[in-house]
Design a binder for this molecule. Structure first.
Ligand SMILES: *Cc1c(COP(=O)(O)O)cnc(C)c1O
Length: 357
């Protein structure tokens, strides 16, 4: 019997792409599938989106796997290349690369390429992580224009630091700074991530980039994907492997971290931090079983979690238990564990069987 499994609903991902594309207006929409599509299987996701305008990944190895799998759409390498050999490889694979610092620019100036390559200048509009300072953009652009292998026109990308917070003034400042940095240039411009697409209609340029929302998850901690018409693509579930009576005053699990304040029935489910279920959810999160939620009691251990089923529980060993997904928003589990859904979907371990449908 399969216990811990993640069911990946590729129709949901197709639906979400369409919902987001609509919100994007005239923009192209990049499907961000780095990190094995946030744990959803990058090749399967890419194959299920034959109409996606572009894909984006973080590392050249991720892009290579996609090309090897026969994915032919444009692929944007979000942080660019980190050595000359990678630039050659990127050109051979027809990847779009990002330039965000002097070293990358020099590497590109010095490398001998077999053909043309598409380049995006990453502009630091206020996140101050990666990026060319706005006042240096003209210089980067003129140096790139001198290079025969660089396709014209060069495009521009920037990234939001706080777009999940609609109260924060940073996002508007970034939009303004980006507009100003790229004014009077030709190439495509892109700044919006999922939060930009969903929450900042004035963040539209030529291209938007959706990661988390593509998987049906809200980028905010106080809303869920459904609030935006998105469908959660991953349902993580397991099985009940033990049901037993538990007396008032008895503790449960490591460290006696929970003590029953009344008589009840406890269930043990086959999942733990060894599957990627967050240990920080101990005593905080709930699971969904037989049409209702049941709280986790005591500590999450490597292979097991204990849940309080209530005194009159009728649940049986073998019953399916949802940890997040269709019936239980991952956003609430992430909140309970003091983290974000991004970390939860990506950290499922190889022990979890992923079913693609
Ligand atoms: C990961 C990433 C995205 C996608 O962000 P989401 O919040 O998941 O939509 C977009 N742009 C860049 C540069 C990224 O690194």
């Amino acid at each position: 019997m399969i216990t811990a499994q993640a069911h990946i609903n590729l129709d949901a991902i197709r639906h979400n792409y369409q919902v987001l594309k609509k919100l994007c207006g005239n923009q192209k929409l990049v499907a961000v599938i780095k990190g094995d599509a946030y744990g959803h299987n990058a090749i399967a996701v890419a194959k299920s989106l034959p109409n996606a305008d572009l894909f984006a990944v973080a590392r050249i190895e991720e892009a290579t796997e996609l090309r090897d799998a026969g994915i032919n759409q444009p692929i944007l390498l979000l942080a660019g290349c980190f050595c000359s050999n990678d630039i050659k490889q990127a050109q051979r694979l027809n990847l779009d690369i990002v330039i965000h610092n002097e070293q990358q620019l020099q590497d590109l100036e010095q490398v001998a390429l077999a053909g043309a390559i598409n380049v995006w200048i990453k502009v630091d509009s206020g996140m101050h992580r990666l990026g060319v300072q706005p006042e240096d953009v003209a210089n980067y652009l003129s140096r790139l224009k001198r290079l025969n292998a660089v396709s014209e026109p060069v495009s521009f990308i920037s990234h939001f630091s706080c777009a999940d917070n609609t109260e924060c003034g940073t996002t508007q400042k970034q939009i303004t700074a980006f507009s100003k940095a790229v004014e009077n240039t030709q190439g495509m411009k892109s700044i919006a991530n999922s939060a930009g697409i969903l929450l900042w209609p004035n963040s539209k340029f030529d291209v938007a980039r959706a990661g988390i929302a593509l998987y049906g998850i809200s980028p905010q901690s106080d809303s869920i994907g459904k609030d935006f018409g998105l469908i959660p693509a991953m349902t993580f579930s397991t099985r009940l492997i033990s049901v037993r009576h538990h007396q008032k005053g008895q503790p449960v699990g490591y460290g006696n971290a929970w003590i029953a304040d009344k008589e009840t029935t406890l269930g043990v489910i086959a999942v733990g931090y060894g599957d990627g279920y967050p240990r920080a959810a101990s005593n905080h999160a709930s699971v969904f079983i037989n049409g209702r939620t049941a709280p986790i009691v005591g500590r999450v251990s490597m292979d097991m979690v204990v849940v309080d089923l209530g005194l009159d529980a009728q649940d049986q060993c073998g019953d399916s238990v949802e940890l997040w997904g269709e019936n239980l928003p991952i956003e609430s589990v992430a909140n309970a564990a003091g983290t974000i859904p991004y970390e939860l979907t990506i950290q499922l371990t190889s022990r979890v069987y992923k079913e693609l449908a």
